[in-house]
Design a protein around this ligand. Structure first.
Ligand code: MG
Length: 172
């Protein structure tokens, strides 16, 4: 059986991953409004991945005998005034998610819950990727965002991203 505190933190993470999906769909909505369909595509795929993460955390709780609670998902309230704002908010959000996952890991470590630590290893690595991707987007926008030709190409590049189910999602 999972420790109650660790289980509660993971249950909270289910909600936060769904919120991430919701937030990224909101970013996609805004990018569509700007006419940046490639940017929107990138965030739609990001949203699918976040949903995958939620399902993986949920499955871990179920497989360990915990009754999962589906809490209400917050409404994204970010003020977005440019594509730059989207990428900056995306980076900030990923840093927040990293802190949440680190907090679960710290609790598992403190409780000698090696099974949960091992389960979280993939997410620890994933967050390094997520933060790097988000940082790259901020940098690219700072370098090229003010040039319409470059913006067009960046939109094309982000439009070519395709969804790949998260490897840990097997069987879902
Ligand atoms: Mg995630």
């Amino acid at each position: 059986m999972l420790n109650e505190k660790i289980a509660a933190l993971i249950n909270n993470q289910v909600n936060k991953e769904f919120y991430s999906a919701y937030l990224y769909l909101e970013f996609a909505n805004y990018c569509e409004e700007l006419g940046l369909d490639g940017f929107a595509n990138w965030y739609e795929i990001q949203a699918k991945e976040e949903r995958d993460h939620a399902i993986i955390f949920r499955r871990y709780l179920l497989d360990n005998g915990y009754r999962v609670t589906m809490e209400a998902i917050d409404k994204p309230t970010h003020q977005l005034n440019s594509a730059n704002d989207v990428f900056k908010a995306g980076l900030k959000h990923e840093q927040y998610v990293t802190a949440l996952i680190n907090a679960i890991y710290a609790e598992a470590f403190a409780q000698h819950d090696f099974k949960t630590m091992q389960f979280l290893d993939w997410f620890i690595k994933e967050q390094v990727e997520e933060e790097k991707n988000a940082e790259d987007l901020v940098k690219k926008m700072e370098l090229f965002g003010n040039d319409s030709k470059s913006l067009y190409l960046l939109n094309q590049e982000l439009g070519s991203r395709a969804y790949m189910p998260t490897p840990m999602l097997k069987g879902e």
